[in-house]
Design a protein around this ligand. Sequence first.
Ligand code: FAD
Length: 327
Amino acid sequence: MMSEHTYEITVIGGGPVGMFAAFYAGLRSADVLLVESLSALGGQTGNLYPAKILYDIGGMPGISGQGLVDHLKEQVAHFKPTVQLSTAVTAITPTEDGFTLTTTREPIHTKAVIIATGGGAFTPRRLAIDYDPALDGSSVLYYVTNLEDFRDLDVAIAGGGDSAIDWALALEPIAHSVHLIHRRNQFRGLESSVADLKASTVALHTPYLIDAVNQNDARLDIGLKEVRGDATERLDVDRLLVNYGFMSDNKQLRNWGLELDGNAIAVDSQMATSIPGIFAIGDVASYPGKLKLIASGFGEAPTAVAAALARLYPERKQALHSTQLYH
Ligand SMILES: Cc1cc2nc3c(=O)[nH]c(=O)nc-3n(C[C@H](O)[C@H](O)[C@H](O)COP(=O)(O)OP(=O)(O)OC[C@H]3O[C@@H](n4cnc5c(N)ncnc54)[C@H](O)[C@@H]3O)c2cc1C
Protein backbone atom coordinates (compact mmCIF):
# COMPACT_ATOMS: atom_id res chain seq x y z
CA MET A 1 0.00 0.00 0.00
CA MET A 2 1.25 3.44 -0.91
CA SER A 3 0.80 4.79 2.62
CA GLU A 4 3.01 2.01 4.10
CA HIS A 5 5.87 2.54 1.69
CA THR A 6 8.77 4.83 2.55
CA TYR A 7 10.39 6.47 -0.48
CA GLU A 8 14.02 7.46 -0.37
CA ILE A 9 13.38 10.79 -2.06
CA THR A 10 10.10 12.58 -2.66
CA VAL A 11 10.17 15.48 -5.09
CA ILE A 12 7.31 17.93 -4.49
CA GLY A 13 6.35 19.73 -7.72
CA GLY A 14 6.31 18.37 -11.28
CA GLY A 15 7.54 21.47 -13.10
CA PRO A 16 10.61 21.19 -15.36
CA VAL A 17 13.00 21.32 -12.41
CA GLY A 18 11.13 18.76 -10.29
CA MET A 19 10.85 16.44 -13.32
CA PHE A 20 14.58 16.64 -13.95
CA ALA A 21 15.28 16.01 -10.24
CA ALA A 22 13.08 12.89 -10.33
CA PHE A 23 14.96 11.68 -13.39
CA TYR A 24 18.33 12.36 -11.79
CA ALA A 25 17.27 10.59 -8.57
CA GLY A 26 16.36 7.57 -10.76
CA LEU A 27 19.74 7.79 -12.45
CA ARG A 28 21.26 7.52 -8.96
CA SER A 29 19.06 4.41 -8.35
CA ALA A 30 16.97 6.12 -5.69
CA ASP A 31 13.43 4.98 -4.92
CA VAL A 32 11.74 8.24 -5.90
CA LEU A 33 8.25 9.70 -5.86
CA LEU A 34 7.26 12.78 -7.85
CA VAL A 35 4.15 14.55 -6.50
CA GLU A 36 2.31 17.21 -8.51
CA SER A 37 -0.79 19.12 -7.47
CA LEU A 38 -2.07 19.69 -11.02
CA SER A 39 -3.41 16.91 -13.22
CA ALA A 40 -0.41 17.14 -15.56
CA LEU A 41 3.36 17.49 -15.28
CA GLY A 42 5.03 20.56 -16.76
CA GLY A 43 4.72 23.40 -14.25
CA GLN A 44 4.83 26.93 -15.62
CA THR A 45 6.43 25.73 -18.86
CA GLY A 46 3.73 23.21 -19.74
CA ASN A 47 0.77 25.19 -18.44
CA LEU A 48 1.53 28.88 -18.89
CA TYR A 49 3.55 29.04 -22.11
CA PRO A 50 3.49 25.66 -23.93
CA ALA A 51 3.79 27.26 -27.36
CA LYS A 52 6.48 29.84 -26.48
CA ILE A 53 9.87 29.05 -27.99
CA LEU A 54 12.64 28.84 -25.37
CA TYR A 55 16.11 29.79 -26.56
CA ASP A 56 18.01 29.52 -23.29
CA ILE A 57 18.05 25.79 -22.60
CA GLY A 58 21.54 24.31 -23.02
CA GLY A 59 21.81 22.15 -26.13
CA MET A 60 18.43 23.30 -27.47
CA PRO A 61 18.78 26.15 -29.97
CA GLY A 62 15.00 26.63 -29.80
CA ILE A 63 12.30 24.45 -28.30
CA SER A 64 8.66 25.09 -27.40
CA GLY A 65 7.60 24.91 -23.77
CA GLN A 66 5.51 21.83 -24.54
CA GLY A 67 8.37 20.29 -26.52
CA LEU A 68 10.66 20.66 -23.52
CA VAL A 69 8.04 19.14 -21.21
CA ASP A 70 7.56 16.21 -23.62
CA HIS A 71 11.33 15.57 -23.64
CA LEU A 72 11.41 15.75 -19.83
CA LYS A 73 8.49 13.31 -19.58
CA GLU A 74 10.35 10.87 -21.80
CA GLN A 75 13.55 11.36 -19.78
CA VAL A 76 11.87 10.99 -16.39
CA ALA A 77 9.99 7.84 -17.51
CA HIS A 78 13.30 6.04 -18.18
CA PHE A 79 13.79 5.00 -14.55
CA LYS A 80 10.06 4.52 -13.92
CA PRO A 81 9.68 6.68 -10.81
CA THR A 82 6.31 6.72 -9.04
CA VAL A 83 4.43 9.80 -10.26
CA GLN A 84 1.41 10.98 -8.32
CA LEU A 85 -0.65 13.71 -10.01
CA SER A 86 -3.55 15.77 -8.64
CA THR A 87 -1.98 15.59 -5.16
CA ALA A 88 -0.96 18.72 -3.28
CA VAL A 89 1.39 18.49 -0.33
CA THR A 90 0.01 20.58 2.51
CA ALA A 91 2.37 19.80 5.42
CA ILE A 92 5.76 18.23 6.10
CA THR A 93 6.23 16.57 9.49
CA PRO A 94 9.61 15.17 10.60
CA THR A 95 9.53 11.55 11.80
CA GLU A 96 12.18 9.23 13.27
CA ASP A 97 13.49 8.12 9.89
CA GLY A 98 12.46 10.96 7.62
CA PHE A 99 9.22 12.81 6.99
CA THR A 100 5.51 12.31 6.61
CA LEU A 101 3.92 14.51 3.99
CA THR A 102 0.30 15.40 4.51
CA THR A 103 -1.39 15.70 1.14
CA THR A 104 -4.82 16.20 -0.34
CA ARG A 105 -4.80 12.39 -0.66
CA GLU A 106 -2.99 9.68 1.36
CA PRO A 107 -0.02 10.70 3.54
CA ILE A 108 3.40 10.02 2.02
CA HIS A 109 6.42 8.64 3.92
CA THR A 110 9.84 9.57 2.71
CA LYS A 111 13.43 9.69 3.94
CA ALA A 112 14.32 12.93 2.13
CA VAL A 113 12.34 15.71 0.48
CA ILE A 114 13.21 17.91 -2.49
CA ILE A 115 10.86 20.85 -2.78
CA ALA A 116 10.43 22.10 -6.36
CA THR A 117 7.15 23.92 -6.03
CA GLY A 118 8.19 26.90 -8.17
CA GLY A 119 5.96 29.93 -7.79
CA GLY A 120 3.37 27.72 -6.07
CA ALA A 121 -0.11 27.12 -7.34
CA PHE A 122 -0.77 29.62 -10.11
CA THR A 123 -3.90 31.09 -11.63
CA PRO A 124 -4.33 33.56 -14.49
CA ARG A 125 -5.30 37.17 -13.72
CA ARG A 126 -8.85 37.36 -15.02
CA LEU A 127 -10.77 39.93 -17.04
CA ALA A 128 -12.14 42.41 -14.51
CA ILE A 129 -15.63 42.60 -16.04
CA ASP A 130 -18.77 40.51 -15.77
CA TYR A 131 -19.18 38.08 -18.63
CA ASP A 132 -20.81 34.70 -19.13
CA PRO A 133 -18.46 32.19 -17.41
CA ALA A 134 -19.62 29.55 -19.91
CA LEU A 135 -17.41 31.34 -22.47
CA ASP A 136 -14.30 30.38 -20.47
CA GLY A 137 -12.32 27.68 -22.20
CA SER A 138 -14.32 27.96 -25.45
CA SER A 139 -14.13 31.53 -26.78
CA VAL A 140 -12.47 33.31 -23.84
CA LEU A 141 -9.10 31.72 -23.18
CA TYR A 142 -6.39 32.26 -20.59
CA TYR A 143 -3.90 29.71 -21.97
CA VAL A 144 -2.76 28.70 -25.43
CA THR A 145 -2.06 25.01 -25.73
CA ASN A 146 -1.97 24.65 -29.50
CA LEU A 147 -1.43 27.48 -31.99
CA GLU A 148 -3.30 25.45 -34.64
CA ASP A 149 -6.54 25.90 -32.66
CA PHE A 150 -6.49 29.51 -33.95
CA ARG A 151 -5.95 28.75 -37.63
CA ASP A 152 -8.00 31.11 -39.86
CA LEU A 153 -9.81 32.63 -36.86
CA ASP A 154 -10.17 36.27 -35.87
CA VAL A 155 -8.39 36.60 -32.54
CA ALA A 156 -8.28 39.43 -30.00
CA ILE A 157 -5.50 39.41 -27.42
CA ALA A 158 -5.73 41.48 -24.23
CA GLY A 159 -2.47 42.54 -22.58
CA GLY A 160 0.70 44.50 -23.21
CA GLY A 161 3.53 42.41 -21.78
CA ASP A 162 6.04 40.05 -23.35
CA SER A 163 3.72 37.13 -23.42
CA ALA A 164 0.81 39.03 -25.08
CA ILE A 165 3.22 40.29 -27.75
CA ASP A 166 4.67 36.77 -28.22
CA TRP A 167 1.17 35.39 -28.78
CA ALA A 168 0.28 38.17 -31.22
CA LEU A 169 3.43 37.53 -33.28
CA ALA A 170 3.09 33.74 -33.11
CA LEU A 171 -0.56 33.88 -34.20
CA GLU A 172 -0.14 36.48 -36.96
CA PRO A 173 0.81 33.93 -39.67
CA ILE A 174 -1.80 31.41 -38.48
CA ALA A 175 -4.92 33.39 -37.58
CA HIS A 176 -7.08 35.24 -40.08
CA SER A 177 -6.62 38.45 -38.10
CA VAL A 178 -5.02 39.40 -34.78
CA HIS A 179 -6.02 42.38 -32.62
CA LEU A 180 -3.98 43.44 -29.60
CA ILE A 181 -5.75 45.48 -26.93
CA HIS A 182 -3.65 47.30 -24.35
CA ARG A 183 -4.50 50.01 -21.84
CA ARG A 184 -1.31 52.00 -22.55
CA ASN A 185 0.21 53.25 -25.78
CA GLN A 186 3.58 51.72 -24.80
CA PHE A 187 4.15 47.99 -24.69
CA ARG A 188 6.27 46.35 -21.99
CA GLY A 189 7.93 43.75 -24.20
CA LEU A 190 11.50 43.27 -25.37
CA GLU A 191 12.51 46.11 -27.72
CA SER A 192 13.02 43.68 -30.63
CA SER A 193 9.57 42.12 -30.10
CA VAL A 194 7.90 45.53 -29.93
CA ALA A 195 9.63 46.50 -33.19
CA ASP A 196 8.44 43.24 -34.81
CA LEU A 197 4.94 43.95 -33.52
CA LYS A 198 4.86 47.44 -35.03
CA ALA A 199 6.06 46.04 -38.38
CA SER A 200 3.43 43.27 -38.32
CA THR A 201 -0.19 43.18 -39.50
CA VAL A 202 -1.41 42.91 -35.88
CA ALA A 203 -4.07 45.62 -35.33
CA LEU A 204 -3.18 47.61 -32.21
CA HIS A 205 -5.99 49.03 -30.08
CA THR A 206 -4.41 51.40 -27.54
CA PRO A 207 -5.02 52.89 -25.02
CA TYR A 208 -8.17 50.80 -24.63
CA LEU A 209 -9.75 48.60 -21.98
CA ILE A 210 -12.28 45.86 -22.54
CA ASP A 211 -15.60 46.88 -21.00
CA ALA A 212 -17.93 44.21 -22.43
CA VAL A 213 -17.70 40.69 -23.81
CA ASN A 214 -20.83 39.09 -25.23
CA GLN A 215 -21.52 36.07 -27.34
CA ASN A 216 -22.97 36.85 -30.74
CA ASP A 217 -23.93 33.56 -32.43
CA ALA A 218 -20.65 31.66 -32.42
CA ARG A 219 -18.62 34.90 -32.33
CA LEU A 220 -17.64 37.34 -29.62
CA ASP A 221 -18.70 40.95 -29.53
CA ILE A 222 -16.06 42.86 -27.57
CA GLY A 223 -16.66 46.42 -26.42
CA LEU A 224 -13.59 48.63 -25.99
CA LYS A 225 -13.40 51.93 -24.12
CA GLU A 226 -10.61 54.45 -24.41
CA VAL A 227 -8.58 54.92 -21.20
CA ARG A 228 -9.06 58.54 -19.95
CA GLY A 229 -11.20 59.31 -23.01
CA ASP A 230 -14.67 58.74 -24.41
CA ALA A 231 -13.92 56.90 -27.62
CA THR A 232 -15.33 53.40 -28.00
CA GLU A 233 -14.71 50.56 -30.42
CA ARG A 234 -16.27 47.17 -31.09
CA LEU A 235 -14.49 44.05 -32.19
CA ASP A 236 -16.19 41.04 -33.75
CA VAL A 237 -13.87 38.04 -33.30
CA ASP A 238 -13.87 34.26 -32.80
CA ARG A 239 -11.63 34.15 -29.73
CA LEU A 240 -10.43 36.42 -26.94
CA LEU A 241 -7.10 35.49 -25.43
CA VAL A 242 -6.57 37.20 -22.08
CA ASN A 243 -2.95 37.72 -21.16
CA TYR A 244 -2.90 39.81 -18.00
CA GLY A 245 -0.27 37.65 -16.32
CA PHE A 246 -0.57 35.13 -13.54
CA MET A 247 -0.89 35.22 -9.78
CA SER A 248 0.93 32.58 -7.83
CA ASP A 249 0.20 31.44 -4.32
CA ASN A 250 3.11 30.26 -2.22
CA LYS A 251 1.42 30.98 1.11
CA GLN A 252 1.57 27.33 2.13
CA LEU A 253 5.36 27.52 2.34
CA ARG A 254 5.00 29.68 5.44
CA ASN A 255 3.54 26.68 7.32
CA TRP A 256 6.36 24.31 6.51
CA GLY A 257 8.70 25.65 9.21
CA LEU A 258 11.52 26.42 6.78
CA GLU A 259 13.71 29.50 6.81
CA LEU A 260 12.45 31.74 4.03
CA ASP A 261 13.95 34.52 1.98
CA GLY A 262 10.96 36.60 0.92
CA ASN A 263 8.61 34.20 -0.84
CA ALA A 264 11.30 31.60 -1.48
CA ILE A 265 13.12 28.99 0.61
CA ALA A 266 16.64 29.90 1.72
CA VAL A 267 19.14 27.20 0.70
CA ASP A 268 22.91 26.69 0.97
CA SER A 269 25.26 25.62 -1.81
CA GLN A 270 24.00 22.02 -1.50
CA MET A 271 20.40 23.18 -1.90
CA ALA A 272 19.85 22.22 1.76
CA THR A 273 17.14 24.12 3.63
CA SER A 274 17.12 24.99 7.33
CA ILE A 275 15.64 21.51 8.08
CA PRO A 276 18.14 18.67 7.56
CA GLY A 277 16.85 16.21 4.94
CA ILE A 278 14.72 18.82 3.13
CA PHE A 279 16.20 20.39 0.00
CA ALA A 280 14.77 23.05 -2.33
CA ILE A 281 15.48 23.71 -6.02
CA GLY A 282 14.13 25.69 -8.96
CA ASP A 283 12.13 28.89 -8.67
CA VAL A 284 11.24 28.20 -5.03
CA ALA A 285 14.88 28.14 -3.89
CA SER A 286 16.78 31.29 -2.98
CA TYR A 287 20.50 31.97 -2.56
CA PRO A 288 22.72 34.95 -3.41
CA GLY A 289 22.87 35.40 -7.18
CA LYS A 290 19.89 33.13 -7.87
CA LEU A 291 18.42 33.35 -11.39
CA LYS A 292 14.89 32.02 -11.82
CA LEU A 293 15.63 30.11 -15.01
CA ILE A 294 15.06 26.51 -16.05
CA ALA A 295 18.78 26.20 -16.81
CA SER A 296 19.64 27.18 -13.21
CA GLY A 297 17.12 24.68 -11.83
CA PHE A 298 18.55 21.93 -14.03
CA GLY A 299 21.90 22.53 -12.33
CA GLU A 300 20.42 22.62 -8.83
CA ALA A 301 18.60 19.27 -9.22
CA PRO A 302 21.70 16.98 -9.32
CA THR A 303 23.26 18.95 -6.47
CA ALA A 304 20.18 18.36 -4.28
CA VAL A 305 19.85 14.67 -5.22
CA ALA A 306 23.55 14.04 -4.56
CA ALA A 307 23.38 15.87 -1.22
CA ALA A 308 20.22 13.99 -0.18
CA LEU A 309 21.79 10.60 -1.00
CA ALA A 310 25.11 11.51 0.63
CA ARG A 311 23.17 12.31 3.79
CA LEU A 312 21.19 9.06 3.67
CA TYR A 313 24.14 6.85 2.68
CA PRO A 314 27.39 8.57 3.72
CA GLU A 315 29.34 5.37 3.01
CA ARG A 316 28.31 5.23 -0.67
CA LYS A 317 30.75 6.41 -3.29
CA GLN A 318 29.12 9.02 -5.50
CA ALA A 319 28.88 8.30 -9.20
CA LEU A 320 29.13 11.50 -11.19
CA HIS A 321 28.59 10.75 -14.86
CA SER A 322 25.46 9.31 -16.38
CA THR A 323 27.40 7.06 -18.79
CA GLN A 324 28.31 4.88 -15.80
CA LEU A 325 24.69 4.12 -15.02
CA TYR A 326 22.52 4.91 -18.02
CA HIS A 327 21.77 1.79 -20.09
C1 FAD B 1 5.57 33.53 -19.37
C2 FAD B 1 6.84 32.91 -18.85
C3 FAD B 1 7.91 32.75 -19.71
C4 FAD B 1 9.12 32.18 -19.25
N1 FAD B 1 10.15 32.02 -20.12
C5 FAD B 1 11.29 31.40 -19.69
C6 FAD B 1 12.39 31.19 -20.59
O1 FAD B 1 12.32 31.58 -21.76
N2 FAD B 1 13.50 30.54 -20.11
C7 FAD B 1 13.59 30.11 -18.80
O2 FAD B 1 14.61 29.52 -18.43
N3 FAD B 1 12.58 30.33 -17.93
C8 FAD B 1 11.43 30.96 -18.34
N4 FAD B 1 10.42 31.18 -17.45
C9 FAD B 1 10.64 30.79 -16.03
C10 FAD B 1 10.49 29.26 -15.88
O3 FAD B 1 9.23 28.84 -16.35
C11 FAD B 1 10.69 28.87 -14.44
O4 FAD B 1 12.00 29.23 -14.04
C12 FAD B 1 10.49 27.35 -14.28
O5 FAD B 1 9.18 26.97 -14.63
C13 FAD B 1 10.78 26.95 -12.84
O6 FAD B 1 10.55 25.57 -12.77
P1 FAD B 1 10.14 24.88 -11.40
O7 FAD B 1 10.03 23.42 -11.73
O8 FAD B 1 11.07 25.34 -10.33
O9 FAD B 1 8.73 25.50 -11.00
P2 FAD B 1 7.32 25.53 -11.76
O10 FAD B 1 7.47 25.48 -13.22
O11 FAD B 1 6.60 26.68 -11.13
O12 FAD B 1 6.63 24.17 -11.30
C14 FAD B 1 6.27 23.97 -9.95
C15 FAD B 1 5.24 22.85 -9.91
O13 FAD B 1 4.98 22.53 -8.55
C16 FAD B 1 3.59 22.30 -8.38
N5 FAD B 1 3.26 22.56 -6.98
C17 FAD B 1 3.26 23.76 -6.36
N6 FAD B 1 2.93 23.60 -5.06
C18 FAD B 1 2.72 22.26 -4.88
C19 FAD B 1 2.35 21.47 -3.74
N7 FAD B 1 2.13 22.02 -2.54
N8 FAD B 1 2.21 20.11 -3.91
C20 FAD B 1 2.44 19.53 -5.13
N9 FAD B 1 2.78 20.25 -6.23
C21 FAD B 1 2.94 21.59 -6.10
C22 FAD B 1 2.94 23.30 -9.33
O14 FAD B 1 1.63 22.89 -9.69
C23 FAD B 1 3.91 23.25 -10.53
O15 FAD B 1 3.53 22.27 -11.48
C24 FAD B 1 9.23 31.76 -17.89
C25 FAD B 1 8.15 31.93 -17.01
C26 FAD B 1 6.95 32.50 -17.48
C27 FAD B 1 5.80 32.66 -16.54
